[in-house]
Design a protein around this ligand. Sequence first.
Ligand SMILES: Cc1cc2nc3c(=O)[nH]c(=O)nc-3n(C[C@H](O)[C@H](O)[C@H](O)COP(=O)(O)OP(=O)(O)OC[C@H]3O[C@@H](n4cnc5c(N)ncnc54)[C@H](O)[C@@H]3O)c2cc1C
Ligand code: FES
Length: 282
Amino acid sequence: MKVNNPYLPYPVRIDSVTTETEDRNLKTFKFLFLNPEDEGKFSYMPGQFAELSVAGLGEIPIGIATSPTEKGFIKFTVNRVGKVTSHLHNMQPGQIMGVRGPMGNSYPWDVLEGKNVVIIGGGFAFTTLRSSIIYMLDPANRGRFENIEVVYGARMPGLLLYKDELAAWEQRDDIKMHITVDGTNDPNWKYNVGFVPTITKEKAPSAENSYAIICGPPIMIKFTLPVLTELGFPPERIISSLEMRMKCGIGICGRCNIGTEYVCKDGPVFTLAQLSQLPNEY
Ligand SMILES: Cc1cc2nc3c(=O)[nH]c(=O)nc-3n(C[C@H](O)[C@H](O)[C@H](O)COP(=O)(O)OP(=O)(O)OC[C@H]3O[C@@H](n4cnc5c(N)ncnc54)[C@H](O)[C@@H]3O)c2cc1C
Ligand code: FES
């Protein structure tokens, strides 16, 4: 019997690289599996992550930006911060590297079925939220969810991810978009200006039969949580995703634990109710 080795990455070829932001620090990598049968083995749901593996340099955990409804490729959006991410930013289409995973839990899709879903994102943490939106808007899935409302913010227009998709979602009537920036001098800016917590408060998505998924910088999350509480979202209906330092990604090395939970295996997705039971080490 052939058993998959969880430490062994699937070989992938870089198909294309898209620079997302005007500061050029965020790039989206589209990968094709070298062995087509590996795509079937890499079966994932929105919210999960993978370890991107660069030979001789190391591995980094990155959220999966594609939805499983997008076939034939997988995408990851990578912020250039250090050793491995800088090396990746210099790689070109055609080059070969590895992807190990999928890892961690996903957003709780069975629980979200039949509910209103409020997505709140800030900065480059929008990647698995993109995956979630594409997944819910897929014709095969849209009927499984009630209203979808999105608040997504960046510091300035040039730092928003996936601009073409944001513009396309703005045009649809089965998703309500509230795109915002902290500030801008652009006279043609036609969306909101204001911090994510402020815009969330102003747009006041209904908490009735609703779940909120929130991902972003800690400061954004800190100031948005009281707004959600004020709107009537209880802690068990607020879902977030944690970014911890990781190594093995499969619950063995003990690098990522918070109290009794391994973020790589038990998370990275937790409800606020679950997080309130853990030591404040994240
Ligand atoms: C579940 C999960 C999902 C993630 N998804 C994404 C994603 O979609 N896109 C993305 O760009 N990044 C994501 N990250 C963060 C990413 O893993 C780190 O930025 C990356 O590991 C840095 O590698 P490096 O070798 O370039 O940096 P290093 O040279 O190791 O470090 C450079 C700097 O980054 C900081 N850093 C390193 N790792 C992390 C980390 N895990 N969290 C916070 N700070 C860190 C270091 O403290 C240091 O200041 C995710 C992390 C986790 C755990
Ligand atoms: S990264 Fe090894 S236990 Fe989580």
